[in-house]
Ligand binder design. Structure first.
Ligand code: CMC
Length: 429
């Protein structure tokens, strides 16, 4: 009997099976041979929300949630945040290796020269109400891009895939900034090819009358935040990207689905919720009462920005953001909500409820405070998450398309509904 296998005895039949174990997993399909009799469909696993199911093999991002480790392509997030920049990290995530100087320059040139959006996209944007949420606008605009680039349907053509990837990474900041400008009734600011990826984004967001000067500290802060958000393996939005992309739809449509998944308050919408929560708490003196409410609400009131499906330790991204906050606040002035956040963290980390459930601050706990201090409205927070995550989504999509094990995503169900029965005419019901 192989040592890397699992022996299973089916007590319903007394039969034994040997299932191979590879990379710490068994293939769910190997369980199908376990049947009570010839008419039996075979054994399946039941795993709602996929808490213990690997849906793919990946070489992009590694997380050890118990130790609080996050690596992109093997490189620790701390080193990337310290020594790299977002565009270089995006290249790393997409290509698997850090770029040489020449590769980095070509990549930056390509991205910079695809930042402009078709004028008709602007027209579409005009159709939104003045108070439209920018994430809803972004989602729609990304989907709309699929109609501007019909050749994107050639998803088996590597050259076409690469072109759409560059376009998406390049255009996300433009779409994001335009959505914001629309929501405040300001004229759009077109991309400036002389600025960096993040500098250009800040300028498109905040420039009024051409006098805006990008502050290097804030530019770097956005760059670091973008590095931290670039990928996070098989989270909800990435699974949406892979799942929708597995139908072989074009990457704009799949990315729009990923943006939709990210919009939810339990995912990319969480930093927006953190800010709303901090505002509602209002003062340090109310923190203890709020924590009590969280603990006694039976899961209804959550401490937003705390807890993670994978991290059962301090989220390494939250540590980096917390350290960076001081540098940003030196330029922008201290965000008064920071004191409430620090007090929340202090009390929660000493509290039995949070200790027992291994609930620690996640990436969203402090990022919103920085973004708010920089002048971003809370509505823009999930959008700020979507921009850098685009490189992660697209590299996961690329990996999925090249993985011979993958087919259209199609989970099974456990059917518990009515048995087959004849139709009842309305007069007899
Ligand atoms: N505040 C209070 N209790 C919590 C929290 C929280 N933030 N998170 C989890 N719990 C409790 C939950 O009530 C449950 O308790 P019990 O065992 O008594 O029923 C236990 O902890 C386990 O929670 P869960 O909901 O089963 O855990 P999950 O892995 O399904 O959920 C999560 C992970 C991130 C959705 C959840 O922790 C949460 O809702 N956090 C707040 C929202 C948030 O900050 N989201 C951002 C995640 S990081 C960025 C991203 O990936 O998008």
């Amino acid at each position: 009997m192989s040592k890397s296998s699992l022996s299973i005895t089916d007590n319903r039949t007394g039969k034994s099976y040997e299932i191979p174990v590879e990379n710490g997993t068994i293939k769910a399909f190997d369980l199908r041979q376990i049947k009570v009799d010839g008419g039996d469909f075979g054994l399946m696993t039941y795993d709602p929300a996929f808490t213990n199911t690997a849906s793919c093999k990946s070489r992009i991002t590694y997380i050890d949630g118990d130790k609080g480790i996050l690596n992109y392509r093997g490189y620790p997030i701390e080193e990337l945040a310290e020594r790299s920049n977002y565009l270089e990290v995006a290249y790393l995530i997409v290509h698997g290796e850090l770029p040489t100087r020449a590769q980095a320059e070509t990549w930056a040139y390509e991205v910079t020269h695809h930042t402009i959006i078709h004028e008709n996209v602007k027209g579409l944007m005009e159709a939104f109400r003045y108070d439209a949420h920018p994430m809803g606008m972004l989602m729609s605009m990304v989907a709309a891009l699929s109609t501007f680039y019909p050749e994107a349907k050639q998803i088996r053509d590597p050259a076409s895939r690469r072109k759409q990837l560059v376009r998406l990474v390049a255009k996300m900041p433009t779409l994001a900034a335009f959505a914001y400008r629309h929501s405040i009734g300001m004229p759009y600011v077109y991309p400036d090819n002389d600025l960096s990826y993040c500098g250009n984004f800040l300028q498109m967001m905040f420039s009024v009358g051409g006098t805006y000067k990008v502050d290097p500290v804030l530019e770097r802060a956005v760059d670091v935040l973008f590095i931290l958000h670039a990928d996070h393996e098989q989270n909800c939005s990435t699974s949406a990207m892979r799942g929708v992309g597995s139908s072989e739809v074009d990457p704009y449509s799949a990315t729009a689905a990923a943006v939709a998944a990210l919009y939810g308050p339990l995912h990319g919408g969480a930093n927006e919720q953190v800010l709303r929560m901090l505002k509602e708490i209002g003062s340090k003196d109310h923190v203890a009462a709020f924590i009590k409410e969280v603990k006694t609400s039976g899961g209804e009131v959550r401490l937003m920005g705390f807890g993670h499906r994978v991290y059962k330790n301090y989220d390494p991204r939250a540590k980096i953001i917390k350290r960076m906050a001081d540098q940003v606040f030196e330029v922008t002035g201290r965000n008064p909500l920071l004191d409430i956040a620090l007090e929340l963290e202090r009390i929660a980390l000493e509290d039995e409820y949070f200790i027992k459930r291994k609930l620690y601050p996640n990436v969203d706990f402090y990022s919103g405070l920085i973004y708010q201090a920089m002048g971003f409205p809370v509505d823009m927070f999930p959008v700020l998450f979507a921009i850098p995550r685009t490189s992660g989504w697209l590299s996961q999509w690329e990996e999925m398309l090249q993985d011979g094990d993958q087919r259209i995503a199609r989970p099974r169900q456990v059917y518990l509904g009515s048995a087959r029965r004849p139709f009842v005419p309305i007069e007899s019901r």
